[in-house]
Ligand binder design. Structure first.
Ligand SMILES: Nc1ncnc2c1ncn2[C@@H]1O[C@H](COP(=O)(O)OP(=O)(O)OP(=O)(O)O)[C@@H](O)[C@H]1O
Length: 211
């Protein structure tokens, strides 16, 4: 991850990596530094039938390398850090993990995904909606530059998942339009990029709001 942050920003990628390495090597902690199980088909991952239908209907036939390794540990509820080049299928990895774990009988926000840009948040929302089509997932993108009232209306009506940029999500939490009580999954997409864009305080607030 080092080297990805633009120069001159507050985020120090080397320090981040060094702290992360310390954390991963901490004694007495149950950390896996890698996850060895590889699933070379979506069928082998034990995913719900309607999620598999969504995945295949979206046009995916075989999981990419990160999907082969990343979907199952996410579904097991492990805390995971996933790093891969751009365009390798990370989005579908965490979207599948979230979709597998949602309780669709409870129309409350159970997963919160933060992304550094509006475009990325909206892209994630589309992928989540498409993959979760047969599951009836309700997902909403909370991003700046859109109507606050409309966000409030949609959140009030009920969603399973919110994907958003830190500023607008912070605002929705602060106004209590987004209720954190049922959130059990928290994803930071391009976390280094969010930190380098100065979203640290909002990210912390979102994290602290979650039970
Ligand atoms: N298993 C798959 N089979 C076929 N196409 C796939 C598969 N997984 C992802 N793709 C496609 O590959 C492209 C890149 O995937 P995706 O956007 O998830 O990657 P990413 O790693 O999240 O990229 P970025 O870091 O740029 O956001 C998308 O068009 C996506 O639909």
């Amino acid at each position: 991850m080092a080297g990805l942050a633009p120069e001159g920003t507050q985020f120090d990628a080397r320090q981040y990596d060094s702290k992360m390495n310390d954390l991963l090597s901490a004694d007495g902690q149950e950390f896996f530094t890698s996850y060895d199980e590889v699933y070379d088909s979506f069928d082998a991952m034990g995913l719900q039938e309607n999620l598999l239908r969504g995945i295949y209907a979206y046009g995916f036939e075989r999981p990419s390398a990160i999907q082969q390794r990343g979907i199952v540990p996410f579904c097991k509820g492990l805390d995971v850090i996933q790093q891969a080049q751009s365009g390798t299928g990370k989005t579908a990895t965490f979207c599948s993990g979230i979709l597998q774990q949602l309780d669709y009988g409870v129309v409350q926000c159970q997963a919160l995904v933060l992304a550094p840009t509006r475009e990325l948040a909206q892209k994630i929302e589309k992928v989540m909606r498409a993959l979760g089509d047969y599951l009836g997932v309700k997902v909403h993108a909370c991003v700046g530059g859109t109507s606050v009232r409309e966000d409030q209306r949609i959140l009030q009506a009920g969603v399973h998942t919110v994907v958003g940029t830190p500023g607008r999500v912070f605002d929705m939490l602060r106004r209590q339009s987004l209720r954190p009580d049922y959130i059990k999954m928290f994803v930071l997409d391009e976390a280094d990029e969010m930190l380098s864009r100065g979203f640290k305080d909002q990210m912390k607030f979102c994290h602290r709001s979650i039970p």
